[in-house]
Ligand binder design. Structure first.
Ligand SMILES: O=C(CO)[C@H](O)[C@H](O)COP(=O)(O)O
Length: 230
């Protein structure tokens, strides 16, 4: 059922498209719908230049004939459309459930606007029920894990921290070759403070808190489509 709502949110975001746009393409099952729809438009002659936020999205976009570039050639984008794991107050987000948070954040930050697409289950009164993905360098993993645990436990004494697992019993590896620690806070009442504390840890590459990046969200659910503007 939620997949129908993801599709509806992606369809709504098509209204944001203008010919010639430089677009960031998100990652995940909701963003996948948007890329499918964009591919159909491109097949009809719609002109755009896109930057995917993961190898997965790049492969999908290529298969649909969507023109791709990269941030070195095209460092400024008009719009990024991406999904989210949680959408909290002020369009603050948790992202990275699919492990693409680093490229997603780089691409969103290079875009004039970030529009979020999601089904209603992603909207929460406060971030943190979804474990926060923290992307870390492999070097010094145990030292970094302890430092991240200290930040987590200062806020959520009983909070769990786990190394994300991938296929074949191996740790999940991001497109950038890093690992992910998933931190279960329960409730993050001060996302900015958590962001600062995590980024202060040298082994932390990035985290999945997106604060002040999204300016609009299309949310679809059983009661229809809602648009939030930040
Ligand atoms: O941040 C992400 C990937 O890193 C995704 O946007 C997020 O996990 C939502 O995924 P889905 O649309 O499949 O629910």
């Amino acid at each position: 059922m939620s997949d129908i709502f993801k599709r509806q949110a992606a369809e709504a975001a098509m209204a944001e498209l203008r010919p010639g746009m430089r677009l960031g393409l998100g990652t995940g099952s909701t963003a996948r719908h948007f890329v499918d729809l964009l591919g159909a438009r491109v097949a009809e002659g719609f002109a755009c230049l896109c930057i995917p936020t993961s190898e997965q999205t790049a492969a999908q976009a290529r298969s649909l004939g969507i023109p791709l570039t990269d941030l070195d050639a095209t460092p400024e984008l008009d719009l990024t459309v991406d999904g989210a794991d949680e959408i909290g107050p002020g369009l603050s987000l948790i992202k990275g459930g699919g492990g693409a948070l680093l490229r997603e954040k780089i691409v969103a930050a290079a875009s004039s606007r970030m529009v979020v697409i999601a089904d209603m289950s992603k909207v929460v009164p406060a971030l943190g029920a979804f474990p926060l993905p923290v992307e870390v360098n492999r070097f010094g993993l145990e030292a970094t894990r302890r430092a991240v645990a200290a930040v987590l436990h200062a806020i959520a004494p009983g909070g769990a921290l786990s190394l994300r697992q991938g296929a074949g019993g191996q740790p999940f590896e991001t497109d950038g070759g890093h690992l992910i620690l998933d931190a279960s806070f329960g409730r993050i009442s001060d996302p900015e403070a958590v962001s600062r504390a995590l980024l202060d840890i040298p082994g932390v590459v990035q985290h999945g808190l997106f604060i002040g990046l999204a300016s609009k969200a299309y949310i679809a659910g059983p009661d229809g489509l809602v648009t939030y503007e930040g």
